[in-house]
Design a binder for this molecule. Sequence first.
Ligand SMILES: [Zn+2]
Length: 125
Amino acid sequence: MPDTLDPEIASRLKRDDHGLVAAIVQQHDTGEVLMLGWMDDEALRRTLTTGRVTFWSRSRGEYWRKGDTSGHQQYVKSVAIDCDGDALLVRVDQVGAACHTGERTCFLAGGDLPAVVGSRPEVAP
Ligand SMILES: [Zn+2]
C-alpha cells in the first residue's frame, strides 16, 4: 500500500486553509445523504486504499476511522471528486447510524429549516 497520496490525485485537490477538503458521504444504494466530514491528503489516501472511510477530526485534531468506536462502519463503494477539487463524494455501505446522535443521517438529526419552496415558471405550450 502506498504511504502517500497519489500525486496526480493530490494535484487535483483544492484544500482550505487547514489543508482539508469536504467529504460528502452518501449511502450507495438508497442515495441517502448521510453526513459531511473533512479529509486531508492522508485521510483520503486511507479512504482510497483500505475500504473504510477515514476523516480528519477538526475537533479532536486526529484521524478518525468511522466506526472504530461506534461500531457504525462505512465501507467504501466509490469516491468521486467534484469539478474544482474542493469536495469529495464518498459512496458507502453505512452500518447503522451515520450520526453520533443515533439518527441514520446527520440531516435527520438536525432537521428541516423553514424554507420558502420555489417552483420553476410554467412554460406556455
Ligand atoms: Zn451527525
